[in-house]
Design a protein around this ligand. Structure first.
Ligand code: BGC
Length: 373
């Protein structure tokens, strides 16, 4: 009797998931219209809910518009920067929640050569190319499909980037799957194939504030980054090619410390973190690479990734001019952990290669898991 009762308890959630569509026991995926782009394309917003975690992703830019999780008192609240409506995103913003591609971060002077051929991209960040170009993956319409299953509600976004788009060679087909797994775990899986050699560096650019958007700065959040080294840059944030130790610099987060502890020692204008950290372990087993704790809300964020690097950015350029959920977003109002290959990899032979060839499948997985203490 006891035996069959506990077996039942074990089986119920699984059975619930088998009948996922409609009657889901542990997770749901719903969609709703989210308005139209200025050129008339309809945008859909997908809501993925599993237990007390809810994530919203839209087909414009495959952008995460919202992540809600409980705080230490069990109160569910928003932990990302963004807008309640599509208009906010269409007006322009610094990549809130965005899927960034074809090449995230910078390419020096927008130039690279591949197989003996020179390529020139638009320069949209001082002298350099940033985050995929004038119309990167964050500004295109993705096709969504429901791929929910026993691991949780999930939506897969697909985008085909044509040969020559934004100056890049090869037709690149990209699939990004967002899944909300058990235990407040947002898993993002990227896959891409190409018909010609191309640089590629996909990432997600969510801005987190574990106390909520516009709840103050993130300078009191405590960060651990499993990175012994980083890639120093010139004044335009292009790597010099050196791979330097974090030891003895404000970039040493190997033991947890508050983000604000040494931020003013960074010689940059504006001061703040905007650095690529070289992660200690690169593995498909998804080691924990970053841990953030906010004593105010009690929320924790754990980042796992297959990628060799992470761009840690502290919203240095937020200056109050963008008004989103919660109000005007000010400097240090959020942090980003953009798991990726190193910036300007295409121009540095000593960095892990970020070139995809026909016949290969590009894969990257990053997860953002939340907890409280
Ligand atoms: C870059 C920053 C930039 C931010 C928003 C980060 O990935 O490294 O320099 O301001 O994205 O575009």
């Amino acid at each position: 009797m006891l035996m069959s009762f506990s077996l039942m308890a074990l089986l119920v959630p699984v059975i619930g998931f088998a009948g996922f569509a409609g009657s889901a026991a542990e997770g749901t995926l719903t969609k709703q219209p989210f308005g139209n782009t200025t050129d008339g394309h309809a945008v859909e917003l997908y809501t993925l809910k599993n237990g007390t975690m809810t994530v919203k992703v839209m087909t414009y830019g495959a952008i995460i518009t919202s992540i809600e999780v409980p705080d230490k008192a069990g109160k569910i609240g928003e932990v990302t920067l963004g807008f309640d409506t599509l208009e906010g995103y269409l007006k322009g913003h610094p990549y809130f929640g965005s899927t960034v591609g074809r090449v995230g971060n910078r390419i020096a002077k927008g130039k690279f050569s591949l197989n003996g051929k020179e390529y020139t991209l638009a320069t949209n960040n001082g002298p350099n190319a940033l985050h995929g170009g004038l119309k990167g993956f964050d500004k295109v319409i993705w096709k969504a499909e429901d791929v929910s299953g026993p691991d949780g509600p999930a939506v897969r976004m697909t985008y085909v980037s044509k040969d020559g788009e934004e100056g890049y060679p090869g037709t690149l087909t990209t699939k990004v799957t967002f899944r909300v797994a058990a235990h407040h775990d947002l898993q993002i899986d990227y896959e891409a194939t190409t018909d010609a050699d191309t640089p590629i560096n996909l990432t997600n650019h969510t801005y987190f504030n574990l106390s909520g958007p516009n709840s103050g700065t993130i300078l009191h959040h405590e960060l651990m980054l499993a990175a012994d080294r980083y890639t120093p840059t010139d004044a335009t944030l292009i790597p010099t090619g050196e791979i330097a130790p974090v030891e003895g610099t404000p970039l040493d987060f190997r033991k947890p410390k508050t983000i604000g502890a040494h931020i003013q020692q960074i010689k940059a204008d504006p001061a703040g973190y905007d650095h690529n950290f070289v992660l200690n372990a690169q593995s498909e087993r998804l080691p924990i690479m970053a841990h953030v704790y906010d004593p105010q809300s009690g929320r924790e964020l754990i980042m796992r990734t297959t990628e060799p690097g992470v761009q840690f950015y502290t919203g240095n350029f937020l200056d109050g001019s963008v008004v989103g959920k919660g109000g005007a977003y000010k400097q240090y109002g959020a942090f980003c952990l953009e798991a990726q290959h190193f910036p300007d990899s295409i121009n540095h032979a000593n960095f892990p290669s970020a070139v995809l060839k026909p016949g290969q499948v590009y894969k990257q997985t990053t997860s953002y898991q939340f907890a409280t203490r």
